[in-house]
Design a protein around this ligand. Sequence first.
Ligand SMILES: *[C@@H]1O[C@H](CO)[C@@H](O)[C@H](O)[C@H]1NC(C)=O
Ligand SMILES: *[C@@H]1O[C@H](CO)[C@@H](O)[C@H](O)[C@H]1NC(C)=O
Ligand SMILES: *[C@@H]1O[C@H](CO)[C@@H](O)[C@H](O)[C@H]1NC(C)=O
Ligand SMILES: *[C@@H]1O[C@H](CO)[C@@H](O)[C@H](O)[C@H]1NC(C)=O
Ligand SMILES: *[C@@H]1O[C@H](CO)[C@@H](O)[C@H](O)[C@H]1NC(C)=O
Ligand SMILES: *[C@@H]1O[C@H](CO)[C@@H](O)[C@H](O)[C@H]1NC(C)=O
Ligand SMILES: *[C@@H]1O[C@H](CO)[C@@H](O)[C@H](O)[C@H]1NC(C)=O
Ligand SMILES: *[C@@H]1O[C@H](CO)[C@@H](O)[C@H](O)[C@H]1NC(C)=O
Length: 899
Amino acid sequence: MIVSLFLTLVASATAAIASPLARARLHRRTAIGDCPGYTASNVVKTDSTLTADLTLADTACNVYGEDIDDLKLLVEYQTDHRLHIKIYDAALNVYQVPDSFMPRPASQNASSSAAAIQFNLVEDPFSFTITRTNTNETLFDTSGVNSTLIFESQYVRLRTQLPPSPNLYGLGEHSDSFRLEATNYQRTLWNSESPYIPRHANLYGSHPMYFDHRGSAGTHGVFLLNSDGMDININNSPSEGQYLEYNTNGGIIDLYIMAGPKASDVSKQYAEVVGLPAMMPYWVFGFHQCKYGYFDVLDVAEVVGNYSIAGIPLETMWTDIDYMNLRQDFTTDPARFPLHKMRELVSTLHGRDQHYIVIVDPGIHATPNYTPYSDGVSQDVFLKNSTGEYLGVDWPGVVVYPDWFASNTQQWWTNQFAKFFSPESGIDIDAVWVDMNEASNFCPYGCDPNGTASSGNDPPKPTSTPRNNTGRVIPGFPPDFQPPTSSKVRRGSPGSMTGLSGRDLLNPPYAIHNHRGRLSDYTIYTNIINSNGIAQYDTHNFYGTMNAFASREAMLGRRPGRRPMVLTRSTFAGAGTKVAHWFGDNDSNWDDYRISIAQMLAFTSMFQMPMVGSDVCGFNGATDDKLCSRWATLGAFYPFYRNHADISAPPQEFYRWPLVTAAAKHAIDTRYKLLDYIYTALYRQTQDGTPLIKPLFFKYPTDPNTFGIDLQYFYGDSLLISPVTDANSTAVSFYLPDDIFYDYWTFEEVRGNGSMVTLTNVDYTTIPVYMKGGSIIPIRANSANTTTALRQQNFNVIIAPGLDGVATGSLYLDDGDSIVQPGITDINFHWNGKSLTSNGTYGYQGGSKREAGVVVESVIILGQENSINGTARFNKSTGAITVTGPWGLTGPFEVTPGQ
Ligand SMILES: *[C@@H]1O[C@H](CO)[C@@H](O)[C@H](O)[C@H]1NC(C)=O
Ligand SMILES: *[C@@H]1O[C@H](CO)[C@@H](O)[C@H](O)[C@H]1NC(C)=O
Ligand SMILES: *[C@@H]1O[C@H](CO)[C@@H](O)[C@H](O)[C@H]1NC(C)=O
Ligand SMILES: *[C@@H]1O[C@H](CO)[C@@H](O)[C@H](O)[C@H]1NC(C)=O
Ligand SMILES: *[C@@H]1O[C@H](CO)[C@@H](O)[C@H](O)[C@H]1NC(C)=O
Ligand SMILES: *[C@@H]1O[C@H](CO)[C@@H](O)[C@H](O)[C@H]1NC(C)=O
Ligand SMILES: *[C@@H]1O[C@H](CO)[C@@H](O)[C@H](O)[C@H]1NC(C)=O
Ligand SMILES: *[C@@H]1O[C@H](CO)[C@@H](O)[C@H](O)[C@H]1NC(C)=O
């Protein structure tokens, strides 16, 4: 079967004599500066499109592969605010990201004359600029020095000039500053397992999307839809100016330029390209606890019990690979995590309105008498190399990897979930966590999987009582072997956009700067061909996203109609449409605490992946009570809030230290009261892409002081979070824009004047939070120990008038769980300086009688100068007026203090 498939591919590729490579002149490789560029001809314009032929202008340079002679240019004014620019090979052999994985937005055929941005072509030598229509500001410009377009079989280069000192953001996943360095900066995109989230390195995901913010001249976004490995260089020199340059290992130039002009417009416009994010279950905003190394089911139960004893609300308990038998997916360790006990654990949790989540890895143990493996073999779902089964090494030892493109894979995966996670006879999980899906392979390129799996390096030796399935080492493996001579796999048919034949799929001439080594080190070999004929070389960067998407389908199979939550380590552009992400294996140190904010800002506001967060208190290494207190508090203002630690790290559940217990109680209490506010913000993002977390420059786009801020942010639309960020410090200096704010804790008015403010004595159990003037924030009057109980609490509505005296806000309510809601409530609040009015949609009936009876208990108006008569109470020292209700949430109401 495998052999015949291979022969077919060879035959079709050999027949492809029209392929550009078959005709490529085999000139010796020359310097990159000798590349001839292209000439445009046959330019055809319509009101909403432009097409042209691009022909190699002179002798090929063949720097990193072979130049492709004939290209096509397609420019579409897809909407008034979005341009699509595509440069691809005329023969359609070059790999393009399959539409089945990334459905493209349809062009709405906007009129170029009405569009916010313009495409301007220079025919010879070919280059183009993109300008903002109403200002003529140049946003993208490929005409600079050393900017010649290079389009080769294994290398594509595109460079744009930028203004000096640009404000660029995005290009994840990384752990660098939020505003990207503009000198000598390289952003490699190649998904890789990256313990300790190293700086200036490619991490777990690829999001080739950047925001370019130019102050009062507006913000625009650029998305390169290309999944090949790449280096993006941002640099400047006197002769070359400031530039950003893409260097990919292949694929085409598939650019989407989003005009903004506001930063949040760019977020929304990007969502129109990659899709709106998935709505999450309400309970996922609760607090989660996990650790690798919980020894057995009793250990897990004890942690749950300890949280209750400590009075710290725990919503969801997690289990890492410890539960598995010999670390095999879809098994339980019969001694330590016996199935009947696991079922008891889950039913106990469910009985207390708590939730349970376990990990599942894509690597399937290649071993006889293991059903997930034998089922998969018989259903032909695993990746193969040219001689048969392809093996790697992961937690269970030697593994095979699912081929997510194969026709039976989804059904096989869904069946494994249905059986193992059966509510009737298995582990009735509430959500799933997919890890190691870059995909990770403990065996670097050239090593012997069987040898590595049994080398003793992995699994690591147990530290105490013998246990066969514990111990997460940071992969550190035998020295690399020499790579074999590259296999020139011939495959693909002309016009199928599945990849050029004749490429070196293991060691491309242009080596991206993958911090793990060669492309195939510690992952699935890049010369492995998926069942659809496309090489891992091209699809590697979304292997994990396909794994996560398949897991979502499998979860939907178990609980049709209910919102699935899948937490994935590896991501690609568009992953947020279906799944959630945590930032991987960080370290318990202050720098990783700080960098989590920049990571969160990029994913929520720029990559349309709102349900994200870092491992609270740090994954690797030992945390301490001060760091963990601060992190427990900061984490309460992440969208996804989970404490997680490595097996080698000392336990770090919040109840382990009095200080952290106090901090966590306060943080969770605060988070839960605000839970409907952030749930509303998530809902908004799922409806139109408005980010639920915002960098400061989104709100103050003309204030240059905000452009580089990455230690403060807006949680939802209205809450400015300014955590203490120095180690063991109780002081923080932070920026307050020229605006009116109110201290969330005291209700006091604080007039920001566009300068730094220093607070001292910021206790370890708290965090500076300010309400932005102009906001109305609904909060639950009381917190609860589960989100189920929280939903039965009444609300208070806090009005924080802006400088103009008015304020707005909203509240979204639904059943928190169904994909199709039987009825929703979506209330707008408006304060005109005298009265609060509320109106909207009132379709949600409440899941229980208690919940249906939830009311607004009081309305609190901040920043007032005088007492008002009637039912109002005035607090002289803070200027807050409290008006007591109640007012129902089943219809409009109006509150005018003093009447
Ligand atoms: C932009 O350039 C065009 C063509 O050169 C010119 O007609 C127009 O007035 C310019 N607009 C602005 C705002 O400078
Ligand atoms: C163009 O790039 C080459 C190679 O990186 C470099 O040596 C040269 O100085 C650059 N040209 C200019 C004008 O900067
Ligand atoms: C939450 O509190 C209620 C009432 O005090 C109690 O019955 C319940 O067991 C608690 N649940 C959890 C998960 O601690
Ligand atoms: C295919 O993979 C198997 C298992 O890793 C290996 O033994 C075999 O040599 C590989 N074949 C090729 C052509 O690389
Ligand atoms: C490695 O193990 C697999 C599965 O156990 C076996 O089929 C294969 O022959 C082994 N390969 C080598 C090179 O030992
Ligand atoms: C661990 O594995 C070894 C060898 O496979 C076996 O002899 C031993 O009983 C196992 N220990 C436990 C606790 O399962
Ligand atoms: C911070 O305090 C902890 C104890 O709470 C201590 O272990 C740690 O070394 C201190 N860190 C720094 C950077 O001072
Ligand atoms: C809701 O109230 C706002 C502000 O008072 C008003 O502008 C809007 O028209 C009202 N909407 C509906 C549907 O009544």
